[in-house]
Design a protein around this ligand. Structure first.
Ligand code: PLP
Length: 292
């Protein structure tokens, strides 16, 4: 698939007031359904599936998972059958319906069984036909794809910002920064509570942490949790910039970026890159939060 991820100037009164330059890497524009970092994370998994001669993909996720949708659509495009174990009780929602439209077979499993992914995989009939992709697409193959984002950049930055769920994207970016020898700090914003585990994840995936700064105070209560302050920020940001974001990932990471700029964390004339990791279908599950 052709990568369409422009690196654009982002305009906002805060940036001019604080005299910093912010660019945005629009990975959300890569594909409407294989969105953002999810394509980068899948790319080398597909190569590996091909090498192993597997024609079916098996993966895992929550009911609103951007990764499930990306896997379902990728499977349909490249001719893989796809199946997913979905955490929790049976539900109908737009993301799962779109997954099924792309041909994905969905099987709901209770939260206890969901924890043991290897056991679920082994419980599958003819599981040797399936290529296993972990929850969120996380793994070494994912970091290889995400590292390529750094090679695409046409500017040098003091700081690169991204949201983190599993930390695989952040690990890939850190590996990319190291590989090219950039003097860039990687600012990682965990969207879950207790985000220091992201350091361990990044290390386990082979990233060095010299230039990684974790901002663990912007989770707003935990994964997919929001607060009125966050929703207000998302609304204002979208209206001000014309760039669509959502509260689960990009909203939290951009809130962190704005908070740090406002607190003079960056020197005058700093050049900062925000990585838009996509995931806009998450908005469909949060419409009730946005009253106007
Ligand atoms: C999945 C996702 C992330 C998290 O990526 P990890 O590699 O799991 O840290 C960030 N942003 C968006 C929009 C996502 O969909």
């Amino acid at each position: 698939m052709q990568i369409n991820s422009p690196e654009l100037v982002l305009n906002h009164p805060l940036y001019s007031q604080k005299q910093v330059t912010v660019h945005i890497k629009r990975d959300d524009m890569i594909h409407p359904f294989i969105s953002g970092n999810k394509w980068r994370k899948l790319k080398y998994n597909l190569v590996e599936a091909e090498n192993q001669g597997k024609k079916k993909l098996l993966t895992f996720g929550g009911a609103w998972s951007n990764h499930l949708l990306a896997t379902a659509c990728t499977g349909a495009i490249y001719g893989y059958k796809t199946k997913a174990f979905v955490r929790g009780e049976e539900v109908v929602n737009p993301v799962l319906t779109m997954c099924q439209m792309f041909g994905m077979i969905i099987q709901f499993v209770d939260r206890d069984s969901y924890r043991d992914k290897k056991a679920l995989f082994e419980s599958l009939e003819s599981n040797e036909d399936y290529y296993f992709i972990d929850e969120g697409g996380s793994g070494i193959e994912a970091t290889r794809g995400c590292a390529e984002l750094i090679e695409e950049l046409t500017n040098e930055y003091e700081a690169i910002f991204c949201a983190a769920g599993t930390g695989a994207t952040a690990a890939g970016l850190a590996i990319g920064i190291d590989k090219i020898g950039l003097n860039t700090n990687l600012h990682v914003v965990p969207v879950l509570k207790g985000g220091t585990f992201i350091y361990d994840e990044m290390k386990a995936l082979g990233a060095s942490l010299d230039k990684t700064i974790l901002h663990t105070d912007y989770h707003f209560g935990g994964y997919a949790k929001t607060k009125p302050e966050l929703i207000q920020f998302v609304k204002e940001f979208v209206a001000q910039t014309g760039v669509m974001i959502e509260p689960t990932y990009t909203g939290k990471a951009l809130f962190a970026l704005h908070d740090l700029i406002a607190k003079d964390h960056f020197e005058i004339d700093s050049k900062i890159l925000f990585v838009h990791t996509g995931g806009l279908t998450g908005l469909l599950g949060m419409l009730d939060k946005f009253s106007f």
